[in-house]
Design a protein around this ligand. Structure first.
Ligand SMILES: [Zn+2]
Length: 146
């Protein structure tokens, strides 16, 4: 089944749940919230702005359950989350086009100074394969866009 990448929201958080929760647990949390935010359950003396907020919340909760309540979409979402967490482990400093780096004729490489005073260096031969380059001094990383 083709699965559209969902705009990244923390669906677990929206349900007040954890990724380790069982489906039964998720369902219980969903049902509790959906009752709480159901438009029909709102008392008449709630301000319009607050009602609007609750409707938004209701829609989010419903969306969260559509994704997490289905085994297939849940698996897909969990996978995406894991991938996102992996990329987040790289402290990406910037995205740079190769043209924006300075060409170093002597070293046959492209360089860019890091804000720490160190340098990012990528040799001409590496430019085709490498997209992430670490600073030679600190732990920052840049992504080279082709
Ligand atoms: Zn640095």
């Amino acid at each position: 089944m083709a699965f559209e990448r969902i705009t990244q929201k923390d669906w677990y958080k929206i349900l007040g749940a954890k990724p380790s929760d069982s489906l039964t647990e998720l369902k219980r949390k969903y049902q509790k919230l959906i009752l709480l935010y159901h438009p029909d359950k709102q008392s008449a003396d709630v301000a319009a702005a607050e009602v609007e907020k609750r409707v938004q919340r209701f829609i989010e909760i419903d969306q969260a359950w559509k994704i997490l309540g289905n085994e297939e979409t849940k698996k897909e979402y969990d996978l995406q989350q894991r991938e996102d967490n992996l990329t987040k482990e790289w402290p990406l400093h910037a995205q740079i086009y190769l043209e924006d780096m300075s060409w170093n004729e002597g070293g046959q490489c492209y360089t860019l100074s890091c804000r720490c005073g160190g340098n990012y260096t990528v040799s001409q031969t590496e430019t085709k394969e490498v997209s992430l380059v670490c600073c030679d001094t600190c732990s920052l990383v840049i992504e080279i866009l082709q």
